[in-house]
Ligand binder design. Sequence first.
Ligand code: GUN
Length: 298
Amino acid sequence: MPATRLDGKKIAAEIRSEVAADVETFVSGGNPPPQLAAVLVGEDPASQVYVRNKERACEKAGIASRLDRMPAATTEAELLAKVAELNADPAVSGILVQLPLPAKAAGGTGIDERAVLDAIDPIKDVDAFSPVNVGLLMQGRPRFLPCTPHGIIQLLHRTGIETSGKHVVVVGRSDIVGKPMAMMLAQKDSTCGPAVANATVTLAHSRTQNLTEICRQADILIAAVGRPEMIRGDMIQPGAVVIDVGINRVGDKLVGDVAFAEAESVASAITPVPGGVGPLTIAMLLHNTLMAAKLQAA
Ligand code: GUN
């Protein structure tokens, strides 16, 4: 029997309507609408699409949005000045600097991404990339949760997939997905939102030996490597749950990090690409923007 498809789009729509209802209550309590400020440096086509999708999603949830476009040749000092301006603006609830920043080869000036993310006021850090928010997460008392791993937690929770005591293998150790995902699943009980925790976690990466055997031990396999169809059917334990975070453009097609057709015949449940994890990232960004507005109103 082929795997059940985990419908991220449907769950994201559910979360977005919950956020929209909460925004309405927040605003009817006399507060200004939450506002997300996105900063887009350069003309990267994928980033343009992401930012446009974020703006549209904000609008539908009753969240105001502003987009500050800056040329690819923007210097680090100019971008830091923009972040300082947004930090100081009381109308701005959340700040998102779209990544990646332009590489030198793409007309960029070699901006230090870390320096920019460090400059965002932690109370407006809706990506949860700042050291303060990463540290709070490590300590099991998070403020903002990073959007993609939090979306996966919500997906597991809302589809009734048990994580407690289970072996989760996360493939990929990025700061945006792999590392925080592993940390969130290993936390106690409900320290990271809904009660999706208490997993035994293996964090695998490009230097992991015997990757196939390790992946085959996973009850839940989370692929976040950014390499098209790298996870093959024989790397999956029969009956495992497979979460595919990858969005890779191959020719004119979008494919995940998992070879979907092979995986579908082995797994018990799997997220499709597109329509799996992707829509949840934006839903959790809206959630964080409302949360930022509430924290600032308090
Ligand atoms: N680029 C790709 N994903 C993300 C994200 O979640 N946040 C930001 N700021 N940039 C990204």
